[in-house]
Ligand binder design. Structure first.
Ligand code: 48H
Length: 344
């Protein structure tokens, strides 16, 4: 007797030749479900053990016992052979990526809300919007989401948050430690990674390595953005593609780049964002309040959140404290959500 490979022609022939074996395998596998634990007492060659293991999958276990020495040896070989990784070709890996990404990208050409920039403000906004069942897509020009979080302050990877933001950290499951003066520290890696994980798990989609280079405006309303592959955008004369949404949030931080693409066409004339004021000098307390209180729609369909609030409206900078960015993201989510609900 040879060790066999599950579902191979030899295996199928063996089942076809033995009504008893086929009946036993069919009966037992019809009872087995994913994740089950099964004891196979008297495993012999391991036919039922392997068939059951295939059915219950990696989440379950089959405990197979065989006291007879020669049969046991054969069973072990059979199980080893069946555990070998299934054969695949490199081109199948490429196709898997192409198919999955194509599906994701084409589904996200139209969203309810587009967020430009997956920093702390953008990701927090996405987390709260997605939780409400809103279709939200983040476009991020860099490889990794997280924006300025990773570097903490002066590349010391700890972020500081104030009391007001602790509830939010608890909601996303990020741990914090108490310090002085109502300030708390958070491991910057845990904050960036935790926020990214929760945002995506809530249903928001992050498309990275995509740079937004322009806005779409129709009938005096922002209806989407024009975006290109990062690197291509700056290096080659290649046209962008467009993404549309009912609301666009500029969460691009110090750059406020979506707002800037309206301002350079003079489309913000006579609005609060008319003049390029830029950020004011550092004043952490005022800056943290400003970035939350001044979240707003600066042009029909275009909102600002996070540091782009200060860059657009002339608020003070605040240095490496991130509570305001998180709360600003939460605030924009609340305002955008209530606007979309009213429009429905
Ligand atoms: C796609 C883009 C584009 C584009 C930029 O800088 P961020 O972390 O922004 P915020 O507002 O969430 O947080 C600000 C905070 O990190 C900070 O800088 C603070 C607190 N500074 C205080 C101070 O005094 O200096 O994230 C913005 C994200 C980044 O990931 C960019 O790569 C991305 O936006 N981005 N993505 N298309 N055109 N421009």
């Amino acid at each position: 007797m040879e060790p066999f490979l599950y579902d191979s022609p030899d295996f199928q022939k063996e089942l076809a030749d033995s009504v008893h074996l086929a009946g036993e395998v069919n009966f037992l596998t019809s009872l087995a479900e994913r994740g089950m634990r099964v004891i196979d007492a008297g495993a012999h060659r391991g036919v039922t053990a392997v068939a059951l293991a295939k059915k219950i999958g990696n989440a379950g276990h089959v405990y197979a016992f065989e006291p007879a020495l020669c049969a046991n040896n054969l069973e072990t070989q059979t199980i080893r052979r069946n555990n070998q990784m299934a054969d695949f070709h490199e081109t199948q890996i490429s196709k898997a990526i192409l198919n999955a990404y194509h599906q994701k990208l084409s589904d996200r050409i139209v969203s309810d809300v587009l967020i430009v920039g997956a920093g702390p403000a953008g990701m927090t906004a996405a987390f709260y919007l997605a939780q409400k069942g809103i279709k939200v897509t983040l476009l991020e020009k860099r490889l990794a989401p997280g924006g300025g979080i990773w570097g903490g302050g002066m590349a010391m990877n700890e972020a500081v948050v104030q009391d007001d933001a602790l509830g939010l950290l608890d909601e996303i499951g990020v741990r914090h430690e108490s310090g002085d003066a109502n300030l708390h520290t958070v491991d910057a890696i845990e904050l960036a990674a935790g926020l990214a994980l929760k945002t995506v798990q809530c249903g928001a989609v992050v498309l990275n390595l995509i740079t937004v280079e322009d806005v779409c405006v129709r009938k005096h309303r922002v209806t989407g953005v024009a975006a290109n592959r990062t690197m291509i955008a700056e290096a080659l004369p290649v046209d962008p593609i467009t993404f549309s949404a009912r609301a666009v949030i500029d969460a691009t931080g110090h750059e406020a780049s979506v707002v800037e693409s309206l301002r350079r066409r003079d489309l913000l004339a006579n609005s609060a964002a008319d003049r390029r004021l830029g950020e004011g000098p550092m004043d952490a307390l005022s800056g943290e309040a400003f970035v939350v209180e001044n979240v707003r729609e600066v042009f029909p369909g275009l909102w600002v959140a996070g540091m782009s609030v200060c860059a657009t409206l002339g608020g003070p900078r605040m240095g490496p404290i991130f509570g305001g960015m998180l709360l600003s993201g939460k605030r924009v989510a609340e305002l955008v959500c209530s606007t979309l609900t009213k429009e429905n």
